[in-house]
Design a protein around this ligand. Structure first.
Ligand code: NAI
Ligand code: MG
Length: 396
């Protein structure tokens, strides 16, 4: 088979520190690929007025698989002030290039695995019935619909006539909001389509089947949000019938957040709409090490982009010797390998990460619960490169 080409998009800030380290780990694990660099992020907003240049879209279109680091988004006033003088007054508006990528390529399936690594000092612990302490082993993968729902961007303040008139035709609106001056109304919609809802549910069940999970939990709020959450649960029941070995559970988002710390080890695959999926995946990530460990996949019908959940952490971006944890990026690279059926190489890399964490000799500052400062390495924390070296050493 010919070598794969991976589009490498380090982006801004610490994306430039963690992505090259993940590529080093991939190479050491024996994954053969060419990496082609693609521009994305703040620099291209400032110099070209576009944080997601067309040439980057073209590269993804051609090669289909991307590894992404992180981008920096700043408030509107900074975006305007930092734009190159010759580009000002052209009506250019900054937008988040990663959100734009997800929308452009309809990367509608987002997967976020949250798995406990033994020996990680950041693991969640809880009190047991006899007063002792227990460390539940979490192995949950959250499937979040990535393009619709409350983050779909269909919203108004002071809605125009046609929108306002349609809203007024709903009895609950006219009864509860009919007296409110229109300019005091803000409306954000929650739109679910059957097609995208089916796709996220099916992706969750397929993943559960492929990796041997025993349950898929639909986590929504169908008792209150009857139309959208209701559709997801109803479709979940239909699709579950095609997967006889896998139990369908359903929970409400609020109760799920309470159970998060009570019995997180009980959940396998969880599937939810955009905002609830965002919330639950951050919640579960907090049980297994937080941003230094949280990886994700954005998968469309043809194109997929893999990225750590964290952002560009600007305060650590300019360190000569980077201190941030590359594990989230390395685990995102493992998800990429799973996606292209390099499952054994992915497993080998995860095992290497697990061994480094369990051994506990090499830990980045976050794992040592230190405040991030340039001198953490002198105080015994591993640098980004040292952590990657330790993972690579376990591969051989
Ligand atoms: P952030 O994730 O960049 O950083 C928050 C804090 O988490 C950091 O200060 C650091 O203490 C810790 N942290 C993050 N990654 C870490 C790592 N690998 N190892 C150890 N510690 C780590 O989020 P923040 O500060 O809210 O946003 C910074 C910038 O990143 C903003 O411009 C924001 O818009 C952008 N952002 C981009 C995302 C993306 O590219 N997908 C996601 C989230 C934020
Ligand atoms: Mg989030």
């Amino acid at each position: 088979m010919s070598k794969r080409t991976i589009v490498s998009m380090p982006g801004d800030g610490i994306g430039n520190a963690v992505l090259p380290e993940a590529i080093r780990v991939l190479e050491a694990a024996g994954f053969e690929a060419d990496y082609v660099h693609a521009d994305i992020g703040w620099e291209f907003w400032c110099t070209e007025g576009n944080p997601l240049p067309q040439r980057t879209i073209d590269l993804l279109e051609e090669h289909k698989i991307g590894l992404f680091g992180a981008i920096t988004s700043k408030p509107k006033s900074d975006a305007d002030a930092e734009l190159a003088p010759e580009l000002r007054d052209q009506g250019l508006v900054y937008y988040s290039p990663i959100v734009a990528l997800r929308q452009h390529f309809t990367l509608d399936v987002c997967a976020r695995p949250c798995q406990t690594f033994k020996g990680n000092p950041l693991n969640f612990i809880r009190r047991s019935a006899d007063g002792g302490v227990e460390e539940p082993e979490v192995d949950t993968v959250i499937f979040r619909q990535n393009t619709e729902g409350l983050y779909g961007g269909v919203e108004w303040t002071n809605p125009p006539d046609n929108v306002y008139d349609s809203l007024m035709s709903h009895p609950k609106f006219s009864m509860n909001f009919g007296d409110v001056p229109r300019e005091e109304l803000s409306v954000s919609t929650r739109i679910f389509t059957r097609q995208a809802t089916e796709r996220i549910l099916r992706a969750a069940f397929e993943y559960a089947k492929k990796f041997g999970y025993k349950s898929v939990t639909v986590c929504e709020k169908p008792n209150v949000i009857r139309e959208t959450s209701g559709m997801m649960l109803a479709l979940g029941k239909e699709i579950a019938a095609e997967y006889p070995g896998i139990a369908l559970w359903d929970t409400n988002i609020d109760a799920q957040m309470m159970w998060l710390t009570k019995n997180p080890e009980d959940y396998g695959v969880i599937v939810a709409g955009n905002m609830f999926g965002d919330i639950i995946s951050d919640g579960f990530a907090g049980l297994v090490g937080g941003l230094g460990f949280a990886c994700s996949a954005n998968v469309g019908e043809e194109i997929a982009v893999f990225e750590p959940t964290h952002g560009s952490a600007p305060k650590y971006a300019d360190y000569e010797n980077s201190i941030v944890n590359p594990i989230a990026m390395v685990l995102s690279a493992c998800m990429m390998l799973d996606h292209i059926s390099e499952i054994e190489t992915a497993a080998k890399m995860r095992k290497a990460v697990a061994e480094v964490v369990e051994e506990g000799k090499v830990r980045t500052y976050d794992m040592m619960k230190m405040r991030g400062k340039p001198d953490v390495v002198e105080q015994g924390a591993a640098s980004t490169t040292q952590m990657a070296d330790a993972i690579i050493a376990k591969l051989s």
